[in-house]
Design a protein around this ligand. Structure first.
Ligand code: HEC
Length: 153
């Protein structure tokens, strides 16, 4: 009887010894709460945006610092999977600047991302996102339309 009771204790002691007493750190899994919309389901002006151009712009202006695929982690910037659905400055395991942590908006909306991309440092003074800003309104529209879909895939 006594021996049987000790087996679970021994097993957990062995398991602890095997990994040095620390649980291995699981990669952050970011789950979107909404499925990817069709472009026709997006609000104007995003329903009329050029998604191919948006994807190309994302590759050119954002991928140096951001991964979008949920299976990848953070880079210089946080992973952007589910960015419209998870709340602002909430990607697990990413160390945000105090400025973005203090950002009062609970969620990123297309309108907020539009202002953010226009001039990150004036929109959230002190942010760690070093981007000059995307001055062209049509480019921001295409980028955001692409993100609204691709961040949920
Ligand atoms: C030079 C690196 C860099 C580039 C280029 C860059 N970002 Fe960022 N981005 C960051 C960093 C760093 C943060 C976190 C900012 C902070 O903590 O203040 C961030 C944060 C963000 C956030 C907020 C995420 C959250 O979890 O709240 C969004 C949205 C975003 N970036 C979109 C973009 C898009 C779209 C582009 C391309 C147009 C882009 N970024 C280009 C570095 C970059």
């Amino acid at each position: 009887m006594r021996l049987v009771g000790m087996i679970p204790v021994m097993i957990s002691a062995l398991a602890l010894a095997a990994c040095g007493g620390e649980a291995p750190k699981a990669p952050a899994v970011l789950v979107p709460v909404v499925p990817a919309p069709m472009q026709t389901e997006l609000p104007a002006p995003y329903s009329g945006a050029d998604l191919t151009k948006g994807k190309e712009l994302f590759g050119r202006k954002c991928t140096a610092c951001h991964f979008l695929e949920k299976t990848r982690g953070h880079q210089v910037g946080p992973n952007l999977h589910a960015v419209f659905d998870r709340g602002t400055a909430t990607a697990e395991g990413y160390k945000y600047s105090p400025a973005l942590l203090a950002f009062a908006e609970p969620n990123w909306t297309p309108e907020l991302v539009d202002q953010w991309l226009l001039a990150p440092d004036s929109f959230v003074p002190g942010t760690a996102m070093r981007l000059n800003g995307v001055a062209d309104e049509t480019e921001r529209r295409d980028l955001i339309a692409f993100l609204l879909i691709a961040s949920r895939e």
